[in-house]
Design a protein around this ligand. Structure first.
Ligand code: HEC
Length: 136
């Protein structure tokens, strides 16, 4: 998944430690909450922060990467495309927030949300089951 650096503040860029897939996902959901709060309180800084965090999520830890690759095989490319789409539109949310353009924030937000859900529709159950079986 994304290898871009995590923007913790304006001056220092910290490369986060790789994380397991479901941990990354829980954090993405928090980032979505942050963006939502920014939308409803018209706080563009919050929107910018949430969007930057989505784009800068940690890399996939080896164990999860292996699990996803073993589970998806040839379909790994499709998984990567969904990931790229979410990254690229999260970056567009960030740009729109910097420009304080709420209309464009919402436009890009809907695309990101659809991107999250499209990947889930395709792969979430399968990968989750594979993870739970492995943990037995
Ligand atoms: C490239 C595919 C992909 C994209 C894009 C994606 N997800 Fe996921 N997501 C998954 C998979 C696969 C799982 C199941 C992981 C598991 O259970 O091990 C998952 C699970 C989750 C879960 C449940 C975690 C849990 O503890 O059960 C949440 C919440 C979540 N994703 C949020 C998001 C959000 C928010 C976005 C968009 C910002 C997003 N995801 C984008 C693939 C994706």
């Amino acid at each position: 998944m994304g290898l871009s650096s995590y923007k913790s503040n304006d001056n220092i860029k910290v490369e986060p430690e790789p994380q397991e897939l479901h941990t990354i996902m829980r954090l993405l959901m928090l980032d979505i909450h942050t963006i939502n709060e920014g939308i409803y309180t018209k706080n563009f800084d919050l929107i910018e922060t949430g969007a930057a965090n989505i784009n800068g999520h940690a890399a996939l830890a080896d164990e999860s990467r292996q699990l996803v690759m073993n589970t998806l095989g040839d379909r790994m490319a499709q998984f990567g495309e969904y990931d790229n789409l979410v990254h690229s539109y999260a970056d567009s949310i960030r740009d729109a927030a910097i420009q304080e353009d709420m209309g464009r924030v919402l436009e890009q937000y809907r695309i990101v949300e659809q991107g999250c859900v499209n990947c889930h529709a395709a792969f979430q159950d399968e990968i989750k089951s594979a993870r739970l079986i492995r943990m037995d």
